[in-house]
Design a protein. Structure first.
Length: 245
């Protein structure tokens, strides 16, 4: 009887150990699967595109000086009219020419010791004439040739033009989509090298969106927005974290 009890105890102990090993293996396998399912890789995606500006803005400063304010005003109006003629001759429509209000500054006599007196030496009148056009090449020519008006006795300062791309919102969507596709490709290559594959997206964030001159190396945390060149490079960066399967 005692031998039977001993044999039964051994059998029960063996079964218990076997069941325990099975449960442990199951729990361990589940933990490994869960741990693997929580693994993720983060990659940056990049997309670049060259664009041509479709809007140009140019302006110039006009200045006249005379002892008499009224005479100075008449002189300035003649200069404005001459600039208008120049712009229309280049192909700018009259309604696209904007003229600012006249700014009137008094020019005071400076004494021998460098102190400004209350004596008025003359009047300095200034204004700004500006245009904009979707013909960016025309804006560029106006900028280059406007200083020829100096030969007509006009005191003109030609300001560098600004060039813009008006479909920037559509461009952002396009380039960010391309950057996301690039990020997915990079993640797939990384996962493949470890014998895994990527799953769903864990997180995603937009990085720097920049508009720079061609071949520029400028980088800014807030993103560059070049307005100096007609041709521009657009760069979009995204960071995406993928689960690994």
């Amino acid at each position: 009887m005692e031998n039977n009890n001993k044999n039964n105890s051994v059998i029960i102990l063996g079964v218990s150990l076997a069941i325990g090993l099975i449960i442990s293996a199951y729990l361990l396998a589940g933990a490994l699967v869960k741990a693997k399912s929580n693994q993720a890789i983060a990659v940056k995606g990049l997309a670049q595109k060259q664009i041509i500006s479709d809007l140009g803005i140019w302006s110039c400063n006009l200045e006249v000086t005379n002892m008499n304010a009224t005479v100075a005003y008449d002189m300035l109006q003649k200069d404005i009219a001459r600039v208008r003629e120049f712009l229309v001759a280049k192909g700018i429509k009259p309604e696209h020419i904007a003229v600012s209000a006249v700014n009137n500054l008094k020019d005071y006599v400076i004494s021998a010791n460098g102190v400004r007196t209350n004596e008025i030496r003359g009047y300095v009148l200034t204004c700004v004439v500006g245009v904009q056009s979707d013909d960016v090449s025309l804006i560029d020519r106006i900028y280059s040739e406007s200083t020829n008006l100096i030969r007509d006795g006009i005191n003109i300062t030609s300001n560098p033009p600004s060039y813009f791309y008006t479909k920037i919102n559509d461009l952002k969507i396009e380039t960010l989509g391309a950057a996301a596709a690039d990020a997915k490709l990079r993640a797939e290559q990384l996962a493949k090298s470890t014998g895994s594959k990527i799953g769903t997206i864990k997180s995603a964030s937009q990085g720097v969106f920049q508009i720079t001159e061609p071949n520029s190396t400028e980088v800014s945390d807030y993103g560059e927005n070049n307005t100096n060149s007609i041709k521009k490079n657009v760069t979009a960066v995204v960071t995406i974290e993928f689960f690994v399967q």
